[in-house]
Write a protein that binds this ligand. Structure first.
Ligand SMILES: Nc1ncnc2c1ncn2[C@@H]1O[C@H](COP(=O)(O)OP(=O)(O)OP(=O)(O)O)[C@@H](O)[C@H]1O
Length: 318
């Protein structure tokens, strides 16, 4: 597994390179860490994901946006091995490569071992474990994982010590150190999000995939969450995140990918993509007089209300 620190990207150079790309779906990136091809997932007769080709730039923060039901979480589930793509039946089989390793139907454990770690829309903090115990299960080299190491006490004791040290460092960084021995169930929603992110970092991933990191986070923690994500990028970790909070998308993304009805419909720089008519249409329906670059519109609550209204309208029409 490559270390997250192998790629100390120069931010300005990265921005310049991204700015020079064609802003079209599936565009080749200068140095993709993840390349996905023919990733299709159907539920009954409905195609939830149908991604022909997507490249995610190493060292960048990429946002994956799109209206409710666009297929963003399903795409995350597929590439991280939490769901399996449909394949065959005349169409090319799904495959994706991450950091030089090729996958088609990997297990979640295999993906995690390759250095691609995710968080979930609904936090998966294990509530009946302490904060520290939650962190330790995120470590890649848990002593129990290797029979030989598990049997030789000096070896596992050393690993356990190292894991505890790393956990403590991360808890400090995420300002959760005072909660080290508390049950995770007692944390606030925002603190659980931070814990999940900190736990994901225990294994020093090359890429972290965050599913709606801002959902349920109170405004007091929002800024610190944004700073944590930017810090990860600055340290060389690639970040791919799904988010409805357009403010966050605009402020921290280097690149934005837009999904609608399972497909990638647009890609580009945040300022360009969010004012693109195709993207605004995907969110607001065909008739609109606003753009997503407008702060009034880029309000999550408002977008959710619009989405709900569009869904309601569709139901009424059906
Ligand atoms: N396990 C499942 N069984 C049946 N349909 C599913 C399943 N998971 C997802 N879907 C459907 O697939 C489509 C894509 O869902 P998905 O959750 O990936 O969208 P999303 O873009 O992440 O939406 P949101 O932003 O609301 O989280 C939706 O129509 C959803 O109802």
């Amino acid at each position: 597994m490559s270390s997250a620190h192998d790629y100390p990207y120069d931010r300005d150079l990265l921005k310049k390179e991204l700015a020079s790309l064609d802003q079209v779906p599936g565009v080749a990136k200068p140095d993709p860490i993840l390349t996905a091809d023919n990733v299709v997932r159907r539920f009954g007769g409905m195609t939830a994901v149908d991604v022909d080709h997507l490249e995610v730039q190493r060292g960048a923060i990429t946002a994956l946006i799109g209206p409710n039901g666009a297929g963003k979480t399903t795409f995350f589930n597929l590439v991280t091995g939490f769901d399996r793509p449909n394949g065959g039946s005349g169409s090319p089989a799904a495959s994706w490569s991450f950091n030089g390793q090729t996958f088609s139907r990997p297990s979640a454990t295999k993906v995690a071992r390759s250095g691609m770690i995710r968080t979930f829309q609904l936090t998966k903090a294990l509530t009946k474990m302490t904060v520290l115990e939650n962190m330790l299960i995120g470590a890649a080299n848990q002593p129990g994982e290797n029979l030989f190491v598990g049997l030789v006490k000096p070896l596992w004791a050393k690993r356990e010590r190292e894991n505890i040290e790393r956990a403590e460092e991360l808890l400090k960084r995420f300002k959760l150190d005072a909660k080290r021995d508390d049950m995770a169930g007692g944390l606030s929603g925002g603190q659980k999000k931070l814990l999940e992110m900190a736990r994901a970092l225990m294994s020093e991933p090359s890429m972290i995939m965050l599913d709606e990191p801002m959902a349920g986070v109170n405004p007091a923690l929002t800024q610190s969450l944004l700073e944590h994500i930017e810090q990860l990028r600055d340290e060389g970790t690639t970040v791919l995140f799904v988010e409805h909070d357009m403010h966050m998308v605009r402020h921290i993304s280097d690149w934005v990918v837009v999904m609608a009805q399972g497909r990638i419909i647009a890609e580009g720089l945040p300022e360009d993509v969010m004012t693109s008519p195709a993207v605004v249409d995907a969110y607001l329906g065909a008739h609109h007089d606003r753009d997503l670059g407008d702060d009034d519109v880029m309000n999550t609550a408002m977008i959710r209300t619009i989405e709900a209204a569009v869904e309601e309208e569709a139901k009424e029409e059906a």
